[in-house]
Design a protein around this ligand. Sequence first.
Ligand SMILES: Cc1cc2nc3c(=O)[nH]c(=O)nc-3n(C[C@H](O)[C@H](O)[C@H](O)COP(=O)(O)OP(=O)(O)OC[C@H]3O[C@@H](n4cnc5c(N)ncnc54)[C@H](O)[C@@H]3O)c2cc1C
Length: 326
Amino acid sequence: MNSLPDFQLLRPATAQDAVRLRAGHPTSRFVAGGTDLLPNLRRGLVQAKVLIDLGGVADFTDIELRSDGLHIGAGATLAKIAAHPAVRLQFAALAQAAQAVAGPTHRVAATLGGNLCLDTRCVYYNQSEPWRQGNNYCMKLLGEGCRVAKKSKRCYAAFSGDVAPALIVLNAQVEILSPNGSRSIPVADLYQDDGMAWLTMADDEMITTIRVPLSDGWSSAYEKVQVRGAIDFPLAGVAVALKRDQGRLAALRIACTGVSSRPLAVQGLEQLTGRLLDADSLQTIVAQTELAAGAMHTTLVDVLYRRAVAPVLARRMVERLWAAPD
Ligand SMILES: Cc1cc2nc3c(=O)[nH]c(=O)nc-3n(C[C@H](O)[C@H](O)[C@H](O)COP(=O)(O)OP(=O)(O)OC[C@H]3O[C@@H](n4cnc5c(N)ncnc54)[C@H](O)[C@@H]3O)c2cc1C
């Protein structure tokens, strides 16, 4: 990896100043923990003449349980979220997903906002400059065409953040600030299915807060498969949230990461509402998750394994949550 290129560092004290600075410097980037951005700058995957450090923004790291739910500042670190007693108790999928990211030294710096906005990944993209040059680059940066799907007009780089699927099944919203004001959208709407333009936010927008509604009666979990047992992105990650009512499924949500260019909710699970968790229901869960988990060859690991493992994870997690005492 190369050393960091020269850049100017700006340190705004408020979120309003941060988005104003971002709008005023078109070649700038926000930096929070820097654990995704800085390696990408060093590899030449990202260019930025100005970095806007969000580390000095006021009230950006708070985690508060209020009457309407959990409010998390986008600058809260993943270590703080994973260790927070209320998060662990009431929003287990979120605590488990935060704990699953990288390793301990990353998590003390890495923030929730950075995790939601991290770059998409592909075996043809996350490489050194000489490797990429030797392979004639790819459409995500400097090249033409997608190496993963040669006739494709789009890029298939995969979104591989661990926390987004947990927030999706917990029905969380993100608050986004721009120089023109703020807006709030569901976490799922932050993304679109394009490896080059996976975020729906404009360049001068930043995430300020994540709001998770109270989860009374819900149980939830997050799991991923990875090549190494630690410090590794998910080959496939699955979050599940379910609610029981007198031995029947009252509600079920499943979301996946690592298997497409955006984290996404599994569709068609409403048909299970009111049903027993029997073999037919489990088969529906597997079939619907298979439809969502259309991994492409973006890692060195066999793509058929990645497509098959997400539905298996989903079925096992639903069975485990179902069997757990309330
Ligand atoms: C060895 C290694 C292993 C890793 N393993 C994993 C893993 O297993 N799972 C995983 O999910 N990630 C992994 N990561 C990636 C990274 O560590 C995490 O995703 C981390 O949460 C990123 O957060 P950050 O604060 O460091 O983001 P930064 O690097 O500071 O920023 C990432 C991106 O988000 C933007 N950004 C940051 N904050 C905001 C905001 N509030 N609003 C708008 N945009 C913002 C930045 O401009 C940048 O584009 C790994 C990284 C490394 C180096």
